[in-house]
Ligand binder design. Structure first.
Ligand code: SF4
Length: 391
């Protein structure tokens, strides 16, 4: 029934319902085991009628003609989808060949964040989280870096590798959380708390990093906060990560009210439902999620931390509470394990703005490039370098 009603036109449904309601209790529609193969064929269709023969026959004839129309439509749609997939695969093959050629010509490398589309992660020279990739950018011999992530990540690469050309596939790929704090607001907060040190999450703009004493990542946030020589810490911009850190430090945390739109979307209800569906799975979560969600986790960690935990764990099934692009590396690391993303909303639209075509175009045109004014870069670099000294 489910399949039948799911695929039929409203007119057909109204006619069937009319027949069933016009002769209540006199005719019964039974659909057995709809075959869900590509052709959309039904295995068996019975009309069992008690009285009211004319009506039942009418429904039967009507149903059969509607079913064949539906089968044709399903078949046509599936053929179109298969053709579109084939076309896309062919285009990607051509793009990958062009990319290899351009990388050689420009002496370029491709860095891809774990949240990028699979088609980008597949061609990347390095995959990683934001800081690991910035370190790779600083250490590479390449002249050109194509940074596939969001804008602040390209900036961090440029700050650490100022003499290299840093390209991003699409300059519209921003981070809403990074945009929730600006240098003016931060300076005002610093004026109110003159004894506090500013610890800023790496997910922030170069301007904000320049106003910062020390940066951190989600992997080293607790260590960094505990390392500063003040009792008070101004923390920005992610309130959720800030609350998590506050549970692991004696410092007084003054927390900025920013958040990641994607991770903040995950709710307790989502996790409860997923746990009911997958009772043997462990729940792993990123601390950018809400505190009440983080509390439910079997493991809390950065993206890199989650990848490592899932790879090394004896558990075979996980409910994952972070951006869905991570699935690519999870599957590469642990092909024998099963991963369920905790919500269909765990997709960062900003990360997904980039695609393979844009990566190729960036290398062809050498645009868009990341620029950071020298004075800003010099100050921001200090906050990143101080972080590196924290062991
Ligand atoms: S996942 Fe969240 S923090 Fe990361 S880029 Fe998207 S909005 Fe920003």
């Amino acid at each position: 029934m489910d399949w039948l009603f799911g695929r039929q036109t409203p007119t057909f449904l109204i006619c069937v319902l009319f027949q069933l309601t016009a002769f209540p209790g006199k005719c019964k529609l039974v659909v057995k085991q709809p075959n869900r193969t590509l052709t959309g064929q039904m295995k068996k269709l019975h009309f069992v009628q008690t009285r009211g023969t004319a009506s039942a026959i009418f429904v039967l004839i009507f149903t059969n003609s509607q079913l064949s129309a539906a089968q044709d439509a399903v078949g046509r749609r599936l053929t179109m989808e298969a053709l579109a997939l084939e076309r896309k695969a062919e285009q990607n093959r051509e793009l990958r060949e062009r990319l290899l050629q351009l990388k050689k010509e420009r002496n370029a490398i491709i860095l891809a964040h774990y949240y990028q589309r699979d088609e980008i992660q597949e061609v990347a020279d390095f995959r990683g989280d934001s800081f690991l990739l910035a370190q790779k950018a600083a250490a590479t011999d390449a002249d050109v870096i194509v940074f596939c992530g969001v804008h602040f990540m390209g900036e961090s690469a440029k700050i650490l590798a100022p003499h290299k050309t840093v390209l991003v596939p699409d300059e519209r790929a921003g981070c809403p959380m990074a945009d929730m704090v600006n240098p003016i607001g931060l300076r005002e907060l610093k004026a109110k708390h003159p004894n506090a040190k500013v610890v800023t999450y790496i997910n922030s703009s170069a301007d904000v990093k320049a106003e910062t004493d020390i940066c951190c990542t989600s992997a080293n946030a607790i260590k960094v906060v505990n390392s500063v020589d003040s009792d008070e810490v101004i923390w920005c911009p992610d309130k959720n990560l800030g609350h998590y850190v506050a549970q692991h430090t004696d410092k007084k945390m003054i927390i900025w009210e920013g958040y990641c739109n994607t991770h903040d979307m995950l709710t307790v209800k989502d996790v409860v439902e997923m746990r009911a569906k997958h009772p043997n799975a462990q729940f792993v979560v990123h601390p950018e999620c809400r505190p009440e969600v983080v509390e439910m986790a079997d493991f809390v960690g950065s993206t890199t931390g989650i990848l490592k935990y899932c790879k090394e764990s004896d558990c075979k099934e996980f409910i994952v509470g972070t951006e869905d692009g991570t699935g690519y590396q999870l599957r590469v690391d642990s092909p024998d394990k099963t991963f369920h993303f905790a919500s269909k909303f765990l997709v960062c639209p900003n990360m997904k703005v980039n695609n393979l075509k844009k990566v190729v175009r960036a290398l062809e045109t050498m645009q868009p490039q990341i620029y950071v004014p020298e004075d800003v870069a010099n100050k921001a670099r200090l906050s990143l370098e101080r972080m590196l000294l924290v062991k």
